[in-house]
Ligand binder design. Sequence first.
Ligand code: C5P
Length: 220
Amino acid sequence: APAVIVAIDGPSGTGKSSTSKAVAARLGLSYLDTGAQYRAITWWMVTNGVDVTDPSEIAAVAGKPDIVSGTDPAGPTITVDGVDVAGPIRTQEVTAKVSAVSAVPEVRARITELQRSIAADARTGIVVEGRDIGTTVLPDADLKIFLTASPEARAARRSGELKNADVDATREALIKRDAADSSRKTSPLAKADDAVEVDTTDLTLAQVVECVVGLVEEKR
Ligand code: C5P
């Protein structure tokens, strides 16, 4: 069978990662978390004292860090210059700064190229999750999914993940990040015209996975 490419986009807290990993595992496909790559380059900028409020400073060093993603859905990995950054890329500091870094065109060009080469190398195929996969990175994907959920549901899920009782603060931070990601000039968060929109507000993870697996099987 030819390799199957699945693009899963949407704002944060809609269940993209859990859904994408489970779909990839079920179908024997690779899995790529593109948000982790933007977080990794942001972590490198922060660690190296780059002023992330200055796009020209970011652009000047965008090519420096070597970012490597492991694409096994049972245990995805991410390293920067050989250092495992799976933990450090989830801090509040990185989360607060990632939208500014990912808005810089030189950063996007570099990471997009990396994503395309990973997808091209996936033998059975790949599930790629992000914000601009269906619109920009892999416009010829076999299936495009756009996940949505109410702001309340998204904040509640994120707070649960972070074991953080402050749902209100989480919701505010999430809304701010989505607004930045949706309004940037270069490949903003957007639903592709040919994407299938799935509202996950009242669905369990198992139901969303079932729905997406069914859609992939229809395409194969
Ligand atoms: O998915 P996650 O919340 O980890 O993504 C972190 C950030 O990375 C997003 O808020 C966005 O700024 C950026 N991102 C992006 N394009 C993608 C995936 C993530 O700009 N395809």
